[in-house]
Design a protein around this ligand. Sequence first.
Ligand SMILES: O=C(O)CCC(=O)C(=O)O
Length: 247
Amino acid sequence: MNLLKIKEKFHNKGFVIIKKAFTKEVIFKVLTDLEKVKMKAQRTKNNQYFHKTKDNKFNTIHNIQIFHKKGHIIDISNNIKLKKIIGVLLGDKAKVRNIEFFLKPKLSGLGSPFHQDNYYWNIIEAKAANVWIACSNSSKLNGGLCYYESSNILGTIKHEISYAKGSSQKVPNYTLKNLKFRKRFPTLKTGDCLIHHPNVIHGSFKNKSKYDRVGLVVSYQGIKSKIDKNRLKLYKLNLKKNLKTIY
Ligand SMILES: O=C(O)CCC(=O)C(=O)O
């Protein structure tokens, strides 16, 4: 797919699939790194960095760049081709803002409530993008991502506390019920990736299947982008309330 087509899908549909973005060998190296990341996250003993399932498996790991400074995961986030694509989408030079794993272990992996990333990030004019890298096959079958196609046209809308581990805010159910956008569940093979707009509504359901689902998520922002400080304050207040309620 050429860059213009990627840009058109990103802005019009809210997400775009890039097939075979990374080789199986690269993903294998990322998965080896993941084991180190799990150990380091565990050592932090900080519930803002990871969340587990009821059967004590890692479900999400957040802000990885803070406690894991080099290796294949960091290399992938700095991938020149990827940064070039994001730069074109944002009309600005791209910089990494955050690295996370959304792991969804077979049988027990938790859902991520429907949300818009920019409700969390509060970046003015949404000059940012998330790259969801499939480190396993991922589809509706094993709790793959689901998008409300083109919902990014709404701008950043009101959310409420989700009481979910790892995704503290969600679009209220009454809002979702009234949306007319089509739901899309992309089918990805290991090494494919999704790039999504910070205002597209997306989420995922529990993984009740017998197949693990592993997503490495790198978020980027334009280097000239700015944070809306008042909105960020409000978000942080809600995050605190959510953490208090689930622990
Ligand atoms: O992987 C998931 O289930 C959720 C990921 C997500 O919300 C994101 O990439 O922005």
